[in-house]
Design a protein around this ligand. Structure first.
Ligand code: ADP
Length: 311
């Protein structure tokens, strides 16, 4: 099968994860447990999700020339990612994320950009043709905003589909938004972008309309275990997710995005692509960590088959 080409542009972070009984208050020190170091960063997570879920994917990113950066680079290759556009940059550290996970499986995250800050518009120019010839580009907001804006502009000049996962929440220019075809905020990011706190379907609909009015055709607001509000050209509905026992939700949104775009590039309808993304997202919350919890395509297909039989 001639698979369509996906580019993921984004961050690479080494995650330092600690379980805590509750999040510490300002000035408070808490003793945690189960300290782990694992590979993360929203860009890398989404690239790995796409690679593991069977997309034809090239990653544009950077790591430091430190030990963790070099190992990470190799790991990306092992996940079927074209890493020819992942730079190993001397004299900077690989990006770092400090992650606390509480008893409810919720997380709090602080990051240091490191090599991610070297993914500048100038760096991107080397891969201009790759972006223009790709079928889709998937981005998040842990790389410099000017690079995201430039990539979206380049992509749209050649009809490359632009998918933006606006995480972590940041202010977005109208110029960027008009180049975005599909936006995938979670509830917090949707509230940040629209000012609407999403409690009911009507709230989700209003938030989606604000984003449509910025020129975005498809708005998908992910709602954790509830699923997602999926709105195309102003008409929206709730697409329910799957019920699973959540262990931790780190990387759920990234897995969702990786599967969503992969399924769309396979020609699946928007609703079916969202269902696949829910299946991948649900499977990811049943395991701990970011990339460690991303399922394989075989696991997602089996999960979908099982649920189709039950329905
Ligand atoms: P983020 O991880 O970006 O905060 P969400 O929490 O909205 O995003 O989760 C993204 C997607 O992952 C959801 O739309 C759903 O498909 C899946 N998901 C997340 N949490 C759960 C859960 N507890 N049970 C089942 N699926 C989940």
């Amino acid at each position: 099968m001639n698979r369509k080409k996906l580019i993921v542009l984004g961050s690479v972070n080494v995650d330092h994860i600690l379980n805590v009984p509750e999040f510490p208050k300002p000035g408070q020190t808490l003793t945690g447990s189960n300290y782990q170091i694992s590979y993360g960063g929203k860009g890398a997570n989404q690239a790995v999700a796409a690679g593991r879920l069977d997309a034809n994917i090239q990653f544009i990113a950077a790591v430091g020339a430190d030990e963790l950066g070099k190992k990470f680079h190799q790991q990306l290759k092992n996940d079927q990612i074209d890493t020819s556009s992942v730079a190993i940059v001397p004299e900077v550290n690989t990006g770092v994320a400090l992650i606390l996970v509480n008893h409810q499986g919720e997380n709090q995250i602080a990051i240091c950009a490191g090599a991610n800050a070297t993914v500048t518009p100038n760096y991107l120019q080397q891969f201009k043709e790759d972006v223009q010839h790709a079928d889709a580009i998937l981005m998040q907001l842990e790389t410099p905003m000017a690079t995201v804006e430039e990539a979206a502009r380049l992509a749209k000049q050649h009809n490359t589909l632009v998918i933006l996962n606006p995480a972590p929440a940041q202010k977005l220019s109208d110029d960027l938004l008009k180049h975005v075809d599909i936006i995938t905020p979670n509830e917090t990011e949707a509230e940040y972008l629209t000012g609407i706190k999403i409690i009911t379907d009507a709230d989700a609909e209003s938030a989606a309309l604000i984003l449509h009015n910025k020129g975005i055709q498809t708005v998908i607001i992910t709602l954790g275990s509830k699923g997602a509000w999926v709105s195309y050209a102003g008409k929206g509905k709730l697409v329910a997710g799957f019920t699973v026992k959540a262990i931790d939700t780190i990387g759920a949104g990234d897995t969702f995005n990786g599967m969503l775009v992969t399924a769309l590039l396979e020609g699946k309808s928007l609703d079916l692509a969202v269902k696949y993304a829910h299946a991948a997202g649900a499977l990811s919350v049943t395991k701990s960590g970011a990339q460690t919890s991303i399922p394989t395509r075989k696991q997602v297909d089996e999960f979908m088959q099982l649920h189709n039989k039950r329905e």
